[in-house]
Design a protein around this ligand. Structure first.
Ligand code: HEM
Length: 208
């Protein structure tokens, strides 16, 4: 869980930084989208590096989901009988992580169909024009709702997930624990605010 999660977290940090280029106009944002396809050239052929990233990310998502399932099975096996008191068997954090994970998995499918393949994209999806595609997505009310809800889920998931990963990999002492908690909160905040700034910018006409 920890290793696949941290890998995806690294991707999110790079992705939010890339998305912020939308504030520098269509040329710069579209050029960035083009660069994603020619990364590694001339050593690598067109889109090879991008496909490598896609394959690694897909493997991380699968590993993450399988580990989550196995962990929850282990949890159930450890306490096969129900509690006498009708107490919920999972904590608030556990339930948030499960639901958050499901929301994020659904979001990723929607997001790829929206901005990569254009299948569910509102308006005319144009390959090689991510700037206009992003503006079109956030010009619909449901586009804004889907993305903003998903970004809040990203924040909550990263906040607890980063902290759990740190514990799995060994936190050390109390001082480092405080530092890691701060880092988890900071990362969650930067990612959520950074991602949400794009739909907000389109809604307010700053980007468009
Ligand atoms: C407001 C938030 C977001 C915006 C505006 C956004 C925008 C984009 C755009 C424009 C692309 C296509 C880039 C291109 O093909 O040139 C893309 C790809 C992608 N995004 Fe996002 N993204 C957002 C949030 C997220 C989040 C939270 C995740 C993960 C949980 C994510 C995962 C991905 C993935 C995996 C791809 C690559 C699809 C592929 O090429 O195979 N995105 N995003």
């Amino acid at each position: 869980m920890a290793v696949s999660g941290l890998l995806m977290l690294g991707y999110l940090v790079a992705h939010v930084a890339g998305n912020l280029k939308v504030f520098f106009g269509p040329e710069e944002f579209n050029a960035y989208g083009h660069w994603l396809r020619v990364m590694g050239a001339p050593v690598l052929h067109h889109e090879w590096a991008l496909w490598l990233v896609r394959i690694v990310l897909l493997a991380a998502v699968v590993a993450h989901a399988v580990s989550a399932y196995q962990l929850s099975r282990r949890d159930v096996r450890a306490r096969p009988t129900a509690y006498v008191h009708r107490r919920k068997r999972s904590s608030y954090a556990t339930r948030t992580m499960r639901w958050g994970g499901i929301i994020l998995a659904l979001f990723i499918v929607w997001h790829v169909l929206d901005l990569t393949t254009g299948t569910v994209h509102p308006g005319g999806f144009e390959e090689g024009k991510p700037y206009q595609n992003v503006v079109d997505t956030f010009s619909t009310w449901y586009g804004n709702v889907i993305y903003i809800v998903a970004m809040l889920a990203v924040g909550l998931h990263v906040r607890h997930g980063f902290w759990s990963a740190a514990q799995t990999l060994g936190v050390g002492n109390a001082r480092r624990e405080r530092l890691l908690r701060g880092l988890a909160n900071g990362l969650a905040l930067v990612l959520t605010a950074g991602f949400i700034s794009v739909p907000v910018a389109v809604m307010t006409g700053v980007v468009g």
